[in-house]
Design a protein around this ligand. Structure first.
Ligand code: BDR
Ligand code: CA
Length: 314
């Protein structure tokens, strides 16, 4: 079992990712959820994270609110994709659980200092502000991190917020730069992969047919999320970006990639937030990340259906 801290900005795909982790206790133990401003402002991501934990039957999971703005820039949000609540698609009751006490950054630092070195994985599926702030404030935790798994970046596939940049990296490139240079084991799940993990009608119908409240929520979120991609990319389905990062922890054999050097562009006039991936090894820069390139789509959706189907039955 891998112990994780789930750092997130929900977000419909964040929600599915968190439910996938909750549904996989044999592989993943969630120590806590930390929220960051991203898809929507921090108060909403913090609310949504608790709604998801409760929906998934884990109201006991501590949810710590984190940074409300990027390190050095104004926050850019994505209500155009996720709706005004960040979790549009189905009406869910407001959370009953209060936020856990303590800032997300302190929770990350304290947890990494407390748990044995090399046993805690950070799964970051929003802008990297919390993780970067923790590394900056407490560099002693860096060698204690087992791995940072991020959904973010794009290389062969173009960006989704500018021609060069993917949203999570674009929102806080300085944070991403700090994390990418930190020297931690890093796995990057870029758009190149997640745009292959597109839902289709049969899958959404199948998830709805599991007949649980969780299944209904996942189907409704996916339907809402899809409307954007359909209009924009003429794509038949919605990309389930963030669940790919969790699926990597459960079944790495579904993915392929290689260890390469990846740096983040922080200054480019047109390319701020770009992940520059040295896939062909044309620089002297040392590999710092496992850069995922492909996913077994069928296997991924089969895993998701099986796991989501476990929730909300008791
Ligand atoms: C990423 O940006 C967000 O909108 C999604 O939740 C995902 O984490 C995709 O670019
Ligand atoms: Ca996200």
């Amino acid at each position: 079992t891998r112990k994780i801290i789930f750092d997130t900005d929900p977000g419909q795909d964040d929600a599915v990712a968190l439910l996938l982790a909750i549904a996989s206790p044999a592989e993943i133990e969630i120590l806590g959820v930390t929220t960051v401003a991203g898809n929507v402002p921090l108060d909403l991501t913090s609310r949504n994270a608790r709604v998801i934990c409760e929906l998934g039957g884990r109201p006991d999971l501590p949810v710590h609110a984190g940074c409300d703005a990027p390190l050095a820039r104004k926050l850019v949000t994505a209500e155009n994709v996720h709706g005004s609540t960040g979790l549009d698609g189905i009406e869910l009751r407001p959370p009953r659980q209060p936020l856990a006490e303590g800032h997300a950054v302190d929770f990350i630092i304290d947890t990494l200092r407390r748990e044995p070195a090399g046993t805690v994985t950070l799964v970051a599926v929003g802008p990297l502000t919390n993780v970067a702030t923790a590394f900056d404030r407490a560099p002693d935790i860096i060698p204690r991190v087992a791995e940072v798994v991020i959904m973010g970046g794009a290389y062969f596939e173009v960006g989704n917020v500018t021609p060069a940049a993917e949203f999570n990296i674009y929102v806080d490139p300085e944070a991403a730069d700090l994390v990418f240079r930190a020297g931690v084991p890093l796995t990057i799940m870029p758009l190149d992969v997640t745009h292959r993990a597109l839902t289709d009608r049969a899958w959404v119908d199948g998830i709805r047919a599991v007949g649980t409240r969780v299944g209904e929520a996942v189907a409704s979120w996916t339907d809402f999320f899809e409307r954007y991609d359909k209009a924009k990319y003429n794509s038949e389905g919605a990309p389930l970006h963030d669940p790919c990062a969790v699926a990597w922890l459960i079944k790495p054999e579904l993915f392929s990639g290689k260890k390469i050097n990846v740096v983040v562009e922080t200054r480019g006039e047109f390319t701020a937030g770009m992940t520059v991936a040295d896939w062909w090894g044309v620089t002297e820069r040392q590999p710092n990340a496992m850069f995922i390139r492909d996913v077994d789509r069928e296997g991924f959706f089969a895993l998701l259906t099986e796991r989501i189907g476990r929730l909300g039955r008791g």
